[in-house]
Unconditional design. Structure first.
Length: 274
């Protein structure tokens, strides 16, 4: 079984773990930077090259690009898909999680609870937006951020307006989101593989059925085989704040004591065999 991880970095913690576990399982695993690949399109004959030579055959692709996802990386995944190579997390599902607005829209459509959210692009609606999400403090999020990057806690209107002026001048789109006060400083990260929860961690909580159901549903709605679903503990139950297509392994494995990497590889190998 030849598994190809698409990632910008070969030597981060997660990809070192994937190499270790692949060796233990007897799997051939190669980490490839998608930006080093050349995509060749011919009539009914898509191909992938590197340094002018056709890429070695691949049984299954596991994208692990995180915040470094680019349009070119997604095009590379699509090229593998066109060549009939199974992919753990399709380019379409990754694109949906990359766009925070599209992601929260889909959660809302499928009756998944999220913090109250407002999207605006002009300052005249700020007062109404703050009222709609329950007042300060509020959470400000860049639509293009991931894994906590581009997320800010804002306490007052002065800070909000100055921050928005800067972001809007840079062409950034943002979400204004309810701050779930009872959950400030803590959230729940749940790992879902193939529609089943294999790991969940937070500060001093056990993962009850409501969190399991919500995490599995959130991963299914955006179409991810492997997902890290971040939830807030509210007085009304779990609220989804992010669905991540490439969750880091270091924190979740240390906290749960589970070999999450091995479970992902086993799932990928099974998908490749199917």
């Amino acid at each position: 079984m030849r598994i190809r991880i698409l990632a910008r970095s070969r030597n981060n913690y997660s990809n070192r773990r994937f190499r270790e576990e692949a060796k233990a399982l007897g799997l051939q695993l190669q980490v490839t930077d998608p930006l080093e690949l050349e995509l060749v399109l011919r009539r009914k004959e898509p191909m992938i090259f590197r340094n002018g030579r056709q890429l070695d055959s691949t049984d299954v692709v596991l994208p692990r690009m995180g915040a470094s996802i680019t349009n070119y990386a997604l095009a590379t995944l699509t090229q593998f898909e066109m060549m009939g190579v199974p992919i753990v997390n399709s380019p379409q599902s990754i694109q949906q999680t990359r766009d925070k607005l599209r992601c929260v829209q889909r959660m809302t459509l499928h009756d998944i609870d999220i913090p109250r959210t407002v999207i605006i692009r002009h300052p005249s609606g700020l007062d109404d937006a703050i009222e709609m999400v329950g007042g300060f403090p509020i959470i400000l999020k860049l639509l293009s951020g991931t894994q906590g990057v581009g997320v800010m806690l804002v306490e007052n209107m002065t800070t909000l307006t100055s921050t928005l002026d800067t972001l809007w001048s840079l062409g950034q789109d943002i979400l204004i989101q309810e701050c779930v006060r009872e959950s400030i400083g803590r959230d729940v990260r749940v790992i879902v593989i193939g529609g089943e929860v294999v790991g969940g961690v937070a500060s001093e909580i056990s993962l009850d059925d409501a969190y399991v159901r919500t995490a599995v549903a959130a991963a299914r709605i955006v179409g991810l085989d492997v997902a890290g679903v971040d939830l807030l503990e509210s007085s009304f139950g779990p609220k989804v704040i992010e669905v991540n297509s490439s969750p880091g392994m270091e924190g979740i494995e240390a906290a749960t004591g589970k070999n999450i990497v091995r479970e992902i590889l086993a799932y990928a190998a099974e998908k490749g065999e199917r």
